[in-house]
Design a binder for this molecule. Sequence first.
Ligand code: PGA
Length: 253
Amino acid sequence: MRKQIAAANWKMNLTYPQAENLLTDVLNANADLKENQQVVFAVPSPYLTMTNGLLAQKDNYFTAAQNCFNKKSGAYTGEISAEMLHSLDIEFCVIGHSERREYFGEDGKMLAEKIDLCLEFDITPIFCCGEPLPIREANTQNDYVETQLKESLFHLTADQLDNIVIAYEPIWAIGTGKTATTGQAQEMHAFLRYTLANQYGANVADLISILYGGSVKAGNAKELFSCADVDGGLVGGASLIAADFIQIIHSLK
Ligand code: PGA
């Protein structure tokens, strides 16, 4: 059965005590998770160990890094490797968020290298894709997102792909308060699954979790997650407020 995932992406927000309080509040809500439901917190690197320690008390809660570098180790001051994350027992890493692509010049090839390193070290990449507004306005979003998959994922074997989570995040919906309609989300998620099925077969495609991201809120999560091909969300702003993120967790299928 496909996993349904509520993933928080804190980005560069919260001090250490604020982060501890937020995690404690969410854990204290004791959300009754089904076996196929997971909650993931993508936290700033200095908080990885603390987060993993707190989440270890509960099944189905996981820590994610927000990024790692595309080299195994060496003279790359300031960077963090997949192997380091593995040595901290981190099981997920966000790869290719549009903010990394835009502000740090990360391209499809670099992201493919990051994906390979994550898989080598047993870390599940949460691979982000999604189009900017002009591409949506020109109605070429399917080609754009298909190219993103081809560049960074299609070198993988079917077995490797099984360990990938995809997050579709239309850039025009991130942090803007402008959410994709359920129709737009479902259409793109179905297209992504169709594209994966063409490459890897329907059985493989059917098992891949595809999250929606872009202004997911407590008030719209249930509707978005109810779409057949939407398997949860990657949540920025609303994941910084415990009550909101708890409600988003409760919205999982
Ligand atoms: P948002 O961010 O929920 O604040 O739009 C989502 C993301 O960038 O992952």
